[in-house]
Design a binder for this molecule. Structure first.
Ligand SMILES: Cc1ncc(COP(=O)(O)O)c(C=O)c1O
Length: 414
C-alpha cells in the first residue's frame, strides 16, 4: 500500500471511506466517474500554512491560491471566506474569482502570451494587480491602457526568471534557461532586464509594487537546497530593485511545495522553507509590506479523489485490464501528459483480503495511452467495483478535456 489513511481517507469494513462516507455510497448516490473533494482537508491545509506563516513571517503573508489547480466554485468560496488571495492566469479565472467573492485587490493576474483582448478584460477591473511576464508585454499593456484606460492607476508586479527553476518533471519547471528536457523556459523577465522593466513600467504610467518568481511544481525534500538558493536570489534582486528607486510592497515567492503523492516519496520541508524565506526577508532591510506565496497542489491535491466504476475485467496476452467508465484525458490527465506523474489507485470496494493481482486500469477512450495505472497491485476487481484514483484534487478537473466527446465528470465537495 503506497498510500496512507488521513482524516480524509480511511479504511472501514475493508472499503475506502472518504470524509466519513463510503466510496461505494458516494458512487451510488452521484454516479461514476465522480470527483470527490473534502472541505475539511482543504481547510486543514490552509490553516496549517497560515499557522506556519504566522509563526515565522516577519510581515503579513498572503496565501494566494493558484486557482488553476482547481477552480471549483465551492472551493474558491471556502478559501475566500478564510481570507485567501488568488493567483489567476487568465481573464476567465479572474472573473471566476470575482464571482466567488474575492475582492479585486486580493487577485494577482499572472498571464503568459497575454493578448490585447486579455488586457482589456483585466484592466477593466478596478484594483486588480497585473504581473508583467515580459518587457515586450509592457508595450501591449501600454497600448491598451493609453487607448482605453488612460486615467487608470494600475498596480503591476514583475515576474522575473531567476535563472534557476525546480519541479518534479520537465513540464512543470517554470524558471531557469531550460527545463530538464531542454525545453526553453518561456516564463518571466530575464535577470538583466528586470530593472529596465520597472523603470519603463513607471514611465508608461503603471504603478510597480511587486516582484514575483515561480520556480516550478511538485517539490520534494531533495529540492530544498535549490529552492533556498532561489529564495536568496529573489531577496537579493528585491534589494537591487529598491536601490534602483523602486520601493516594493510585495515579494511573491510563487507556489511549488507539496503535497506527497506517494507514501514512499519524500516530503518538501514546508516549515523549514517558510522559516528560511522569512529570515531572508527579515534580514534584508527591504521596504516590502507583505509576502505572498501561491500554493495550488498543496492546498487541494490530496483533498480530492476520482471514483471510477469497473465495467468489466478483461484478460489479453497475459495482462489483466480493469476497464473503467472514465478516460484519463477527461478526468486525471496528468499521467498521460507527464510520464513521471503517478496517482495511487485503490480498489475502494475491497481494499485488502484475497491475493493481489497486477491490474492495468484502462479508460474508455480510443487511445493506447489512456491508462490510469499499469500493473498495479490490488485485489482483483469485479464488475461493479469502485476504484479510487488518489490525489486527484489538483490539475485534474482543471486539465480535463472532452476528448472523444466524453463528458467531464461531476464534482462533489463534502
Ligand atoms: C505563477 C504560478 N504560481 C503558482 C503556481 C502553483 O504551483 P503549485 O500548484 O505547484 O503550488 C503555478 C503553477 O503552475 C504558477 O504558474
Amino acid at each position: 500500500m503506497n498510500w496512507w489513511e488521513t482524516e480524509f481517507l480511511a479504511v472501514k469494513d475493508n472499503m475506502l471511506w472518504i470524509a466519513g462516507q463510503s466510496a461505494e455510497s458516494l458512487a451510488g448516490r452521484y454516479g461514476t466517474p465522480l470527483y470527490v473533494y473534502g472541505k475539511e482537508r482543504i481547510l486543514e491545509r490552509y490553516a496549517r500554512l497560515d499557522d506556519v506563516l504566522a509563526r515565522h513571517s516577519p510581515l503579513p503573508a498572503h496565501i494566494c491560491f493558484a486557482m488553476k489547480a482547481n477552480p471549483h466554485r465551492g472551493i474558491l468560496r471556502l478559501l475566500q471566506r478564510r481570507g485567501a488571495w488568488i493567483d489567476a492566469v487568465s481573464p476567465c479565472e479572474v472573473e471566476t474569482a470575482l464571482k466567488a467573492g474575492f475582492p479585486a485587490e486580493r487577485i494577482l493576474f499572472t498571464g503568459t502570451s497575454v493578448s490585447r483582448a486579455d488586457l482589456r478584460r483585466v484592466f477593466a477591473i478596478d484594483g486588480l494587480a497585473v504581473n508583467i511576464d515580459a518587457a515586450e508585454q509592457l508595450d501591449l499593456m501600454s497600448e491598451v491602457r493609453r487607448a482605453e484606460f488612460p486615467a487608470k492607476s494600475i498596480r503591476v508586479f514583475v515576474r522575473w526568471n531567476p535563472g534557476i527553476g525546480r519541479g518534479f518533471n520537465a513540464g512543470i519547471i517554470t524558471a531557469g534557461k531550460k527545463s530538464s528536457d531542454g525545453t526553453p523556459v518561456k516564463f518571466g523577465v530575464e535577470d538583466k532586464k528586470v530593472i529596465g522593466v520597472f523603470a519603463r513600467a513607471r514611465r508608461l504610467g503603471f504603478h510597480p509594487v511587486g516582484l514575483h518568481q515561480h520556480l516550478g511544481s511538485g517539490w520534494v525534500r531533495e529540492d530544498f537546497g535549490m529552492v533556498q538558493t532561489a529564495v536568496d536570489r529573489l531577496v537579493r534582486k528585491a534589494r537591487e530593485v529598491e536601490k534602483a528607486g523602486f520601493p516594493l510592497e510585495f515579494l511573491d515567492f510563487g507556489g511549488g511545495f507539496g503535497p506527497r503523492y506517494l507514501k514512499n516519496r519524500s516530503v518538501f520541508p514546508l516549515e523549514d522553507y517558510v522559516a528560511y524565506l522569512s529570515a531572508a526577508v527579515a534580514g534584508a532591510g527591504l521596504s516590502v509590506k507583505a509576502l505572498a506565496i501561491e500554493p495550488g497542489k498543496y492546498m487541494v491535491g490530496d483533498a480530492g479523489v476520482l471514483l471510477l466504476g469497473v465495467e468489466y475485467v478483461k484478460e489479453s496476452y497475459g495482462k489483466i485490464f480493469a476497464c473503467v467508465d472514465g478516460g484519463t484525458f477527461n478526468t486525471v490527465p496528468r499521467p498521460a501528459i507527464y510520464l513521471q506523474a503517478h496517482h495511487e489507485i485503490v480498489n475502494a470496494s475491497r481494499i485488502d483480503g484475497q491475493a493481489k493481482a497486477r491490474i492495468t486500469v484502462a479508460g474508455n477512450l480510443c487511445e493506447t495511452g489512456d491508462i490510469f495505472g499499469r500493473e498495479r497491485s490490488m485485489p482483483l476487481p469485479i464488475s461493479g467495483d469502485v476504484l479510487a484514483v488518489l490525489c486527484a484534487g489538483a490539475y485534474c478537473r482543471s486539465m480535463a478535456s472532452n476528448f472523444n466527446l466524453r463528458e467531464i465528470p461531476r464534482e462533489v465537495l463534502i
